[in-house]
Design a protein around this ligand. Structure first.
Ligand code: FES
Length: 615
């Protein structure tokens, strides 16, 4: 997919964009500052700059506002000129951006540039000589402030207008986006401008309440996705939506109502009102995305797994029933494919993978593992059905990573483990399972095929664990990880032969996905500069264990870096910055999706990834 390189001089900064955006948008995307006195409407002619090199044809507005000589020398209006090829832009002056905020998980700096802005206006009242109607007066005053006022006032705004203007002695705050007046409030309310970013996971929903004027995070709230009561994974939810007429409505309403209660919780924590929230951004996997919008995801479960849409969506909060300011807007990030959704776009946005000089590998492991590999040159992505083993499901002693779960295990002169919340163990979660199996492998208690060795087969120091290698009544072999006195219910927590097989399937799927992407990009492991692990599990797992079992290639161990909830960080970036939201669309277009079920020899590749690496 074609992208254009834009180089800004004299700062010598490069960015990569999709063709068709304006020079102004590119300047904002790069986080650079330039003044746009008329708000970028091609009226003032003040955003003039030189484009010494590049495909940027003059528009009609430029022809009207500039003379032929200037146009001939490559001068353009930044807000009008559209980039269609590689371009060099000469900035007339260089200033440091005014606002930069830091998104903690990945230390991403972005320029603060909210979708909606508030401006306080003081107008002269009409009299017998100045008989301008109310709307035209508000419109003119808004334009004078350098804002776009649009020409289609909302009926609701018109109905409130005469009374509000007169009651406030012609002092109001207008809420505008890039094109229109969206709302109006009595007197000066510019100190209230909040937004909330949501990451809708299959299991958990997280919301971040942000002050859009400062970028400051005010509250973080989370809850179990209420759709889990209809099924733990996306497939059961798609099946419900596809099967029953009411299924889709139930799933949609469940998530909308949970989001509304999280909004209530967040504003309650901070002591503000729901009406103070003006924008909402949303990421989620493609199924969560569709269910949030009330779109039937049924085709995602059927080959060729086609989503209803890829592009980003801007909607009114009202049409989705979100309880925020009545003039509020919702920005939903785009998807890449049926199983690589807006959450992955969020990860890429937060980690700037699409602008990376070196090749990076980003992995978000849940029930599905979404994997993206590449750099500014090319990005390839796939999704692997990792199965629920990493979330503790289908594991004999498995549980989610909550209180009571064994989360880390060491074989250090005996079996040592830690339990979330302290106390006795109730089960084992994904990161604990990974550590346990890596330890069993390193101690020589299981072989590279994953078989648990019998007590009499243990050698080289592993003999000390002989009494933990047991055969259950069913004949199944198992390793006793936590003995009966160490557990909550007095029953030992085991790693059974079938638990090991489940883990092999899960890690084999991810490892094969990584291999397929490396092959497709034609790149060797030595060229991969970083491995970014996103999501709760990625943040919690021990990279050494992940590499020991071959989930991540061993050669990359020293390059592994957890990046926290990068999908959520992407949602925050898109909430705080219009440019970042626009860039999300470019990322979705640019990233090449590889459907592994159609990948040549994928089953062979998968089979070859099931064994553990030889020690
Ligand atoms: S900002 Fe006024 S013409 Fe571009």
């Amino acid at each position: 997919l074609k992208r254009c390189k834009v180089t800004f001089q004299p700062v010598n900064q490069e960015i990569y964009i999709s063709p068709g955006i304006t020079v102004k948008d590119a300047i904002n995307l790069a986080g650079l500052e330039l003044d746009f006195p008329c708000g970028g409407r091609g009226k003032c002619g003040k955003c003039r700059l030189q484009i010494p090199k590049g495909a940027v044809a003059p528009t009609q507005a430029e022809q009207e506002l500039m003379d032929d000589a200037s146009l001939g020398q490559g001068f353009r209006l930044a807000c009008m000129a559209r980039i269609t090829g590689d371009t060099v832009v000469e900035l007339p002056y260089v200033t440091t951006p005014k606002h930069q905020i830091l998104i903690a998980a990945v230390e991403k700096q972005i320029k603060l540039e909210p979708h909606l802005s508030k401006t306080y206006l003081e107008m002269d009242p009409p009299d017998l000589r100045q008989q301008q109607p109310d709307w035209e007066r508000l419109h003119a005053s808004t334009e004078q402030a350098g804002l776009a006022a649009g020409d289609k006032p909302a009926l609701e705004l018109l109905r409130a207008l005469p009374q509000t203007l007169r009651e406030t002695n012609w002092r109001v705050t207008v809420l505008t986006d890039q094109e229109n007046i969206l709302g109006m409030e009595p007197l000066d309310t510019t100190d209230k401008l909040l937004g909330i970013a949501f990451d809708i996971g299959t299991t958990t929903v997280v919301g971040y309440l942000l002050d859009l004027r400062t970028g400051q995070e005010l509250a973080a709230v989370s809850a179990l996705n209420p759709q889990t009561r209809y099924g733990a994974d996306v497939i059961t939810r798609i099946a419900l939506a596809a099967r029953e007429e009411s299924g889709l409505a139930e799933l949609h309403e469940a998530i909308i109502s949970e989001i509304n209660s999280l909004i209530g919780e967040a504003v309650g924590q901070v002591g503000v009102q729901q009406e103070d929230i003006y924008t909402v951004s949303v990421v989620g996997n493609t199924t969560m995305h569709h269910l949030f919008l009330g779109i039937n995801p049924r085709n995602l479960a059927l080959a060729p797994y086609i989503p209803v849409l890829q592009q980003p969506m801007a909607l009114t909060a009202r049409e989705l029933g979100l309880q925020v300011n009545p003039a509020g807007m919702v920005y939903v990030l785009p998807n890449i494919a049926g199983y690589v959704g807006a959450d992955t776009v969020g990860v890429l946005l937060a980690t700037d993978l699409d602008w990376s000089e070196g090749i990076k590998l980003a992995i978000d492991i849940g029930t599905n593992g979404e994997i993206v590999l590449g750099s500014k040159e090319r990005l390839v992505a796939c999704s692997t059905a990792a199965g629920p083993a990493f979330e503790g499901a289908q594991i004999s002693g498995g549980m989610r990573g909550t209180i009571g779960a064994i989360d880390h295990v060491r074989f250090d002169d005996g079996v040592k483990f830690t339990v979330i919340g302290g106390g006795r163990a109730q089960g084992i979660c994904g990161s604990g399972l990974l550590d346990a199996i890596a330890g069993l492998l390193q101690q020589g208690i299981i072989d590279f095929r994953g078989r648990i060795l019998a007590p009499d087969q243990l050698t080289a120091g592993a003999e000390r664990y002989a009494d933990r290698s047991v055969k259950l009544e069913s004949g199944v072999k198992a390793f006793v990880l936590a003995t009966a006195p160490e557990t909550v219910d007095g029953r030992p927590i085991l790693i059974t032969q079938s638990d090991i097989r489940e883990l092999q399937l899960a890690k084999g799927a991810i490892a094969a996905g990584i291999q397929a992407l490396l092959e497709r990009l034609g790149c060797g492991l030595d060229e991969v500069t970083q491995v970014l692990l996103a999501g709760a599990f990625g943040n919690y797992l021990d990279p050494h264990s992940a590499c020991t079992i071959g989930l991540i290639p061993q050669a990359l161990e020293s390059r592994v870096r957890p990046v926290g909830n990068a999908a959520g960080a992407g949602a925050k970036a898109a909430l705080l910055s219009r440019s970042e939201y626009q860039r999300a669309a470019m990322i979705a277009d640019f990233t090449e999706y590889i459907e592994l079920s159609a990948y040549p020899n994928f089953s062979h590749l998968f089979a070859s990834c099931l064994n553990f690496p030889l020690r």
